[in-house]
Design a protein around this ligand. Sequence first.
Ligand code: ATP
Length: 244
Amino acid sequence: MSDFVLRAQNVSAGYGDFQALFSVDFHVSSGEVVALIGANGAGKSTFLKTLARTLPLREGTVEFDGASTVGIAPHQLVGAGLVMVPEGRRLFVGMSVEDNLRVALDRARAISAGARPWTLERLYSLFPILKEKRHQSVERLSGGQQQMVAVGRALMAQPKLLLCDEISLGLAPKVIKEIYDLLPEIRDAGTAVVLVEQDVSLAQKTADRLYCMLEGRIKLTGRSSEISRDEIAAAYFGALHDVG
Ligand code: ATP
């Protein structure tokens, strides 16, 4: 038996007549942090949406936790432990920090309360500022604090795999570091992580493995520590970059 938490093979997907993904092979093992990098429009968000089944798979297979995801509704996948932190956070405005976090507990009903790795107490020890602001309405928080709520809400759904779509977007470097520094603790709690990240250095520093996507295809993959910056640049920008 493999220790893949997720395995995608030969995945194609798109929008109407436009094909955005071409034969993508990708896997995440238990306990891994994997980064997906690539230029704007490379297909990273499309791929995450395909994994979360909010966009239909046109070809290929996706297995999560040992079972095919075909025919499984997105909310059922969340219940099974495949949880996305979407680009743009999508918090419930007008609701407090704590109510935003509690909403996700509904999605974790299948797991008995005693068996849940993520509790409000644990989240508050991960993000102490959220404990301080737990009764505040989320729109009164800074961008970084809102992103912490978005990550926290996803964790409260008790994910086996967390898909993070550009969680650093628009945040100050200090705040980005604060959030990224917590990833090892999230991983150690048994949650594998896929990061879509524009900042290549940050992705390489944080992730165990990298995938680099160009125009809907995986151009490069390997252990972060074994891939050179030149290899990444060539895969990121394509053949034109190599000329000269
Ligand atoms: P970014 O970093 O800009 O978010 P990305 O790598 O996540 O880039 P996607 O957003 O997945 O890229 O886009 C991949 C391709 O699919 C692009 O050509 C984009 O224009 C197209 N695309 C994305 N969303 C839609 C949509 N809803 N309808 C039509 N085309 C789309």
